[in-house]
Design a protein around this ligand. Structure first.
Ligand SMILES: NC(=O)c1ccc[n+]([C@@H]2O[C@H](COP(=O)([O-])OP(=O)(O)OC[C@H]3O[C@@H](n4cnc5c(N)ncnc54)[C@H](OP(=O)(O)O)[C@@H]3O)[C@@H](O)[C@H]2O)c1
Length: 306
């Protein structure tokens, strides 16, 4: 197939382009400068000219809590505009297959039980990234409506848990927890610091998947597109405490100091775990262990950030 991958320079997009199983396809990977997804006319022109068989929408304005809290308007508008333009533009251009990347922030906050696909819009969103989450919900619903009104258009949404990997952002305020901790512990080791401070109790639980596994899952989805559910979580199905992430990263980096907990700092939700029953029924499971994924990410960090 001829496949357009949006956001090919990002964490997810790069991982898809690198994935071995994707090499059997012809991949179109225009950069942001080449194709600004916030420009509807440019999107329509591009799709008319290139006529891809399928689109994987992995572009987005993505950031951590600080960036999202500071600029909810920008996160809402950019992601809504990009999504609307590429999804509706694909429909107008007659492209029948579409994989939209959602996010587990589309789910209600503070759920006691693992998040199942039917829980979208079933409760209050996490306020710190509400703008981003609303845009993600809108894009998923737009895909669903198009497929419902025109069943020959199969527009489906994958909902990944938190991701990390090669091509991550390690230093900026956009960095997510794992890359930020890799950078922090690497610096602590270099400077010979005896202690490193962790925000909160360290007992909050988080689910992170290696981005190479998400790419592998997307390749599997393309091979089994008809059977792929309209909404499907992609996760590892279990979570670790923040302390466990720090310990695993420290072991990979070789940081030997101690951790202290700063209880005056926020630690976010207690838990956010996706339910992966549908994913497993579909026939795919994540393969990369946390330690191996962190090793890959750290190698990338050393090669690119030093
Ligand atoms: N990272 C995670 O933990 C995670 C978890 C769940 C879901 N997801 C979803 O996965 C998708 C990709 O995330 P990511 O982590 O790969 O993000 P990322 O590393 O920040 O990459 C985002 C990509 O989108 C491109 N982009 C941004 N604005 C654009 C525009 N107006 N036109 C064209 N391209 C534009 C960026 O290009 P420039 O850098 O050149 O602007 C970049 O290539 C997003 O939909 C996100 O919600 C991510």
């Amino acid at each position: 197939m001829k496949i357009l991958i949006t956001g090919a320079s990002g964490l997810v997009g790069h991982s898809i382009v690198e994935c071995k199983a994707m090499q059997e396809h012809e991949l179109l990977t225009p950069g942001h400068k080449e194709l600004d997804l916030e420009d509807m006319n440019a999107v329509v022109e591009f799709l008319k000219k290139e006529k891809p068989d399928c689109i994987i929408h992995a572009a987005g304005k993505v950031g951590g809590i600080a960036a999202n809290t500071k600029a909810p308007m920008e996160f809402l508008l950019a992601n809504m505009d990009m999504g609307r333009n590429i999804i509706y533009g694909a429909y107008k251009a007659g492209i029948k297959k579409f994989i939209n990347l959602g996010s587990s922030c589309m789910y209600p906050r503070n759920s006691e039980k693992p998040l199942t696909e039917d829980m979208v819009l079933k409760g209050e969103l996490e306020p710190t990234n509400e703008g981003y989450a609303l845009a993600k919900v809108m894009c998923a619903r737009l895909c669903e409506y198009i497929s419902r009104e025109h069943p020959e258009f199969q527009y489906k949404t994958l909902i990944p848990c938190n991701l990390f990997g090669r091509w991550d952002k390690f230093r900026t305020e956009r960095a997510h927890m794992i890359p930020a901790v890799i950078h922090k512990l690497h610096e602590a080791k270099e400077k010979g610091l005896d202690t490193v401070s962790i925000w909160g109790s360290g007992q909050a639980r988080r689910e992170f998947m290696y981005s190479g596994d998400l790419a592998d899952c997307i390749a599997y989805c393309l091979d089994n597109f008809e059977a792929m559910p309209a909404y499907m979580n992609v996760g590892i199905g279990h979570d670790y405490t923040v302390d466990e992430y720090y310990q695993t990263i420290a072991a990979v980096i070789g940081y030997k100091g101690e951790f202290v907990h700063d209880l005056s700092k926020p630690e976010g939700m207690k838990r956010k775990l996706t339910d992966v029953n549908l994913l497993h029924e579909f026939g795919w499971q994540a393969k990369t262990s946390l330690t191996e994924g962190i090793r890959q990410a750290y190698e990338f960090y050393l090669a690119t950030e030093q």
